[in-house]
Design a binder for this molecule. Structure first.
Ligand SMILES: Cc1cc2nc3c(=O)[nH]c(=O)nc-3n(C[C@H](O)[C@H](O)[C@H](O)COP(=O)(O)O)c2cc1C
Ligand code: SF4
Length: 514
């Protein structure tokens, strides 16, 4: 029997040498006259073990990692094609505790399937959600999404079913499903991993959305910095068309759904949904004034669903296993699971999908293993560059939208960036203002001017110029930006600044020059 060897083509794994490892494995097998099938899968999300190579054996997959091209001859000599023992062996992949303790629903197939194969997708439960959806009324599909409690994973956590209902209720006309794949937040990579490792799940989710609200055209707005995801999506879309899961007669139902990928313009603000729509229309990415909501007047003035990659990719599970099944995970008003992304100064960074309710401490220490530097973790920034800094004293907070709001923080897209006790929080606050000044679309004054003034005020505090008065001014400025900005960029930049001031006030002392 031909042995199947899995080597990720995930961008993170490639950056750690997975491409060279795949070549070395193919070369070594050819030199030894051994037959094997090389599958380029997605990453399992254990980035400190990448490149992670897996072998399919009768007893399941056996993992080896991190593998370098130089390790490959030794692995073959050790009989790794039959799952043989080797110092790099990690044993059965599914038994690695880091993975075994996760609750992978949205990421169930990532790292497991061949991302380019519809047949492999189906053999792992794919397209069952769409099959069920096609036997339901549009209202029933939307109701199932509502009942599941799914909230948008892009940042705002708005109930997905309510958004879909608004689009469904608009009069029959051209409607659109757009996927926000701009993934601009620092320390986030779940969208990328999903699109590279299991793109058909996103395609299936978007097709279900289209069938539910009567939209025949979908667009994936993908950040241009994701060339590997671009390739993976396009080859999966072509395969789905070929197998008639996309096009004029989806699964023989007579229903149409077309899908295209559009590359983004490389600006953080293009991830904000109305800027994304402007950019999709070929215009400069600038925020639109709301109302009207995109669900009523969105792309080209038509009713449009805008959802994040993870939101849409969660829909097939809900339609396959039922709203009740999904809703049974989680806590409070945060239902289901969230793929958390652990990055920054952390020993074991990667993707952890767990039901809401897990604490920050569990993620940082049980999964992350503490800081990479070995020093105490002082703070984490959750939810991207506009997220608050959470001090160590609050690490027992549950990962739950409401619990984080309760401590003045936000969950956003689930990115967690870790800092040890050498971090200078005044500099981090300055960076937040600087980031906003660079990325501001310029449409409103509190953000455009306020962010630049914010950098100057922090510089005066640190320079010892009327420090107390300028701290007060900084607090006022944050309030103005918070209340007066047109969108979340200017409106949330105060969060990292205010949290740094609140929890790490001592860092805002004047600096002495050497
Ligand atoms: C400045 C800014 C940047 C954003 N960037 C993204 C992004 O990169 N990806 C994303 O899905 N949502 C982003 N959002 C949130 C979107 O505006 C919107 O809420 C989301 O795409 C809706 O999808 P969801 O309901 O599935 O989360 C951003 C919001 C703001 C204010
Ligand atoms: S807050 Fe900033 S990014 Fe948002 S509309 Fe105003 S200027 Fe543009």
């Amino acid at each position: 029997m031909t042995v199947t060897v899995y080597v990720p083509r995930d961008a993170g794994a490639l950056s750690l040498g997975a491409g060279e490892v795949a070549e070395a494995i193919a070369r070594e097998a050819a030199a030894r006259g051994l037959e094997m099938r090389l599958v380029r899968n997605g990453s399992r999300g254990l980035y400190w073990l990448e490149p992670l190579v897996e072998i399919q054996t009768a007893a399941g997959r056996i993992a080896y990692g991190p593998v370098t091209p130089g390790d490959v001859p030794g692995l073959f000599s050790g009989g790794f094609l039959t799952g043989g023992a080797h110092p790099l062996s990690l044993g059965p992949t599914e038994s690695i505790p880091w993975l075994a303790s996760q609750q992978r629903l949205t990421f169930a197939r990532v790292g497991i399937v061949d991302p380019t194969s519809v047949a492999d997708y189906i053999s792992h439960g794919g397209y069952q959600g769409l099959r069920n959806a096609l036997s339901m009324s549009p209202e029933a599909i939307v109701q199932a999404v509502t009942d599941s409690g799914l909230r948008g994973r892009g940042g705002a956590a708005f109930p997905t079913g309510i958004k879909w209902k608004t689009v469904l209720e608009q009069s029959p006309q051209q409607k659109y499903v757009t996927c926000n794949a701009d993934e601009g937040d620092s320390g986030t990579f779940s969208d990328r991993m999903l699109m590279e490792g299991d793109p058909l799940t996103l395609i299936e989710g978007m097709t279900i959305a289209g069938i539910a609200v009567g939209a025949t055209q979908g667009y994936i707005y993908l950040r241009a910095e994701y060339p590997h995801a671009y390739r993976a999506l396009n080859s999966a879309i072509a395969a789905a068309y070929q197998a008639r899961y996309l096009g004029g007669d989806v699964m023989g139902s007579g229903k149409r759904f077309e899908l295209e990928v559009r590359l983004g313009a490389g600006a953080y603000i293009c991830g904000e949904e109305t800027s994304m729509l402007e950019s999709l229309e070929g215009k400069r990415g600038e925020v639109r004034v709301r109302p009207p909501l995109p669900a009523i007047k969105g792309l080209f003035g038509r009713p449009t669903i805008v959802n994040n990659v993870v939101t849409l990719s969660t829909v097939p599970t809900i339609l396959d296993r039922g709203a009740e099944f999904y809703k049974n995970y989680g806590m409070g008003k945060s239902r289901g699971t969230l793929p958390l992304q652990l990055a920054g100064n952390i020993k074991r960074g990667g993707l952890v999908e767990r039901a809401f309710g897990v604490t920050l401490r569990e993620i940082l220490y049980d999964y992350g293993g503490g800081s990479a530097s070995g020093r105490p973790i002082r703070t984490v920034q959750v939810g991207g560059p506009l997220g608050a800094y959470i001090p160590a004293s609050q690490f027992d907070t549950a990962i739950d939208y409401e619990a984080l709001t309760g401590i003045g923080a936000l969950l956003g897209h689930g990115g967690i960036v870790v800092f040890d006790d050498t971090v200078d929080m005044a500099q981090m606050a300055r960076y937040a203002m600087e980031f906003c000044a660079i990325e501001s679309c310029g449409k409103c004054t509190p953000c455009r001017i306020g962010s630049t003034r914010g950098v100057e005020v922090i510089d005066r505090i640190l320079g010892g110029v009327e420090s107390e008065r300028n701290v007060k001014l900084l607090e006022d400025l944050c309030e103005t930006m918070l209340q007066g900005s047109l969108c979340g960029l200017g409106g949330m930049t105060p969060f990292p600044v205010q949290s740094a001031l609140k929890h790490f006030r001592d860092d805002f002392r004047p600096r002495t020059r050497n």
